[in-house]
Design a protein. Sequence first.
Length: 201
Amino acid sequence: MLVNSSNRSLQNRFFSGTGSIGGIHLPDFNDKYVFSKKKSNTSIEEYHRQIREQAYEDFAKGQFQNKSEGFNRLMKRYTSEVSPDRKSIIASGLNAISRNRKAAQKPIDILATLLEGKVKYQKLPSGNSDYIEFYDKNGEMVATYSNNGWTMYTTNAEASRQTQMCMIYNEAWGNAKRGIPLAEKETVHEENSQNSFDAKA
């Protein structure tokens, strides 16, 4: 997975069969590229071991990074540890907009403050186009919706986590390619990468 700090949007898509609020279909939070806060009891050390094992397994299968379903599942779990609660932010934002629509039978431009963040809603002059921005409690944009579909935006904490995973994975995949047996302990490079990308949710 390539993480580009200057353009960290992920996917611009329509989702179906996900339910809707106020006539807007929700994103599919089971999708491999849609992250939402999900804490586990997995330690950093255990994650790092799983990342290295996944890299060796993928090399043996001739796969690399997001060509591997195992990599995608692990990336989702690892990233979701530091993700904002997109599911709640989006649901509460759409509910706030839906309430406003019922109260005012005209195009509106609102800013609603939510428990987990805020939502900016604009109905464009055509009367047909909705544009909505969703922000987390840190003020980072986490998603947008328009008539073109949903776009998810990676937060700084998520980008750091993804970069860290890719560094660990790439080093292990390279070791597998060179025929170096999988080591039980973490390498010095890995410890350095953890310190460099110490991301807080």
